[in-house]
Ligand binder design. Structure first.
Ligand code: UDX
Length: 473
């Protein structure tokens, strides 16, 4: 009698913020399609948001091997913002260690084959080693930022960190592969510290170094986009699987009907789809889409500068302003009234948009973004040129690659003066439109090829799945 094969059981543990949660959920679904069983660890807050805002439960229920496992309530961001949020979560995750261990040991009926852990949680490595379960790390950020984080100790050793002097245009020499274009100002924001004992700096640097203990590394990118940096990464991590852009990879592997349901993209906020109707009435490639992701905050002054810049450019715009994204008091009612009038003529505003559908819309011709990695990949995939105003973390280096390496947009980091915004919008949408559209189209084609049958990400995902299958033998 033929022996029945038991499907592998993978435990997926994302860092509990939107950009990580949604990306790793997409990987989970890709595994389910391949017959792998998945337990997905999620914080109470994120589970509640996910269920409220998406059809994720009904979409994932047909997979018999998928289940959510909610973490203890102690894992919470405490409603912090930006780097405080990351640090709060990092600290609170440590309280989940015992829970996580009990979960691993308690899975007697369905033993865990391997753990796919977000690359910021080395306690999973400790437990994996203790219990004897292989750990694969998934860094959901760009390869270029991962590599820069990994090289931080080298920068400290060479005296390049903390940063020297006020000239932020000085080149950084000790991130191999980026010597010719990486300036001080392009390093991840947390490198801009005067004290190397800064807790966030220490955390990211040491957590990134722990990656060497993982069995393998997964990156949400594709070979044609970050090839030279991936060659550098493979000198330290030979077993690296590049399987992105994941949002597109998942759609490519689903049948048409299920893929169209994915238009709602696992967001943790309610999407205002009315903006799609508004876009339907705008001319081809005439609208600049403005959004700064799920964490970035702006001050009242910055908001007003963006507003003036957009209105003065004369270009149509669709702007996402999350209710929790403006840091200080209400803006003066006079300015607000004036700007709202100008907005009505040419703009549309929502609190949260169906971003993937917006970027895929034919009326959208440019994206003013904070350069979060998911937004960058989504824009690249749709061939939409970008104006980059990076806010924090990996975004500073992502935007340098957009402007200087891939040449699919303008990097305006460290300023959001209304004149700069106006000029950048006009340049992207009118003056240099052809040049940007051409290079964005080229990279978009490569992205599509990578997730299509036989493409690099397609083959790497198959290799990853096969390697996990082999772990059960
Ligand atoms: C965080 C970090 O800030 C970012 O630097 C890192 O690269 C990933 O994790 P976030 O700031 O939210 O993410 O940015 P980003 O990675 O761009 O992710 C935002 C996601 O929210 C995208 O998938 C985007 O499609 C979605 N989104 C954004 C919406 O669905 N609607 C919106 O209105 C805005």
């Amino acid at each position: 009698m033929a022996q029945q094969t038991i499907p592998p059981h993978v435990l997926i543990f994302p860092f509990p913020v939107q950009g990580h949660v949604t990306t790793m959920l997409k990987l989970s679904e890709l595994f389910c399609l391949a017959g792998i069983h998945v337990t997905y660890l999620i914080s109470t807050q994120n589970y509640t948001r996910l269920v409220r805002c998406t059809n994720v439960l009904s979409r994932l229920s047909p997979y018999p091997g998928f289940r959510f496992q909610v973490l203890p309530e102690s894992v919470s961001d405490g409603n912090a913002q930006s780097m405080d949020l990351v640090m709060n979560l990092f600290e609170s995750l440590k309280t989940a260690k015992t829970f996580f261990k009990d979960l691993l040991i308690g899975e007697a009926q369905k033993p865990v084959t391997c753990i796919i852990s977000d690359g910021l949680m080395s306690f999973t490595l400790d437990l994996g080693e203790e219990i004897g379960i292989p750990i694969i790390y998934f860094r959901t950020i760009s390869s270029c930022s991962f590599w820069a984080y990994f090289c931080m100790p080298k920068l400290v050793e060479a005296g390049e960190l903390p940063l020297k002097g006020d000239d932020m245009d000085v080149l950084i020499k000790n991130v191999p592969g980026m010597e010719c274009f990486l300036r001080q100002r392009d390093l991840p924001s947390l490198c801009r510290v005067s004290d190397l004992n800064n807790s966030t700096f220490t955390m990211i640097s040491s957590e990134t170094h722990q990656t060497v203990r993982a069995r393998a590394l997964i990156l949400n990118t594709f070979e044609d986009l970050e090839g030279p940096i991936l060659s550098q990464i493979r000198t330290e991590f030979p077993n690296t699987y590049t399987i992105g852009p994941l949002h597109a990879h998942l759609k490519a592997r689903l049948d048409g009907k299920t893929a169209s349901q994915l238009a709602s993209s696992n967001s943790l906020w309610e999407e205002d789809k009315s903006c799609i109707k508004w876009l339907d009435n705008q001319p081809l490639k005439s609208v600049v889409y403005v959004s700064f992701g799920s964490i970035a905050m702006v001050t009242r002054e910055q908001l007003v500068e963006f507003w003036h810049g957009l209105v003065n450019s004369g270009i149509r715009f669709l702007w996402v302003i999350r209710p929790d994204s403006v840091t200080d008091e209400e803006m003066g009612s006079e300015i607000q009234a004036e700007l709202e009038k100008a907005t009505k003529a040419r703009g549309y505003m929502v609190e949260w948009a169906p971003q993937e559908a917006v970027l895929a819309h034919q009326a959208v011709g440019g994206f003013l973004t904070h350069s979060g990695w998911n937004s960058t990949l989504e824009s690249i995939f749709e061939g939409v040129p970008m104006i980059c105003w990076p806010y924090f973390a990996d975004q500073q280096i992502n935007s340098r690659f957009v402007g200087e390496v891939w040449k699919v947009g303008l990097d305006i980091k460290d300023t959001c003066d209304r004149v700069v915004i106006e000029k950048a919008v006009k340049d992207m949408m009118e003056v240099r439109k052809e040049e940007f559209v051409e290079s964005a189209d080229q990279i978009a084609k490569m992205a599509r090829k990578s997730v299509g049958e036989g493409g690099s990400s397609y083959c790497n995902l198959n290799r990853l799945i096969e390697d996990i299958m082999l772990m059960t033998v």
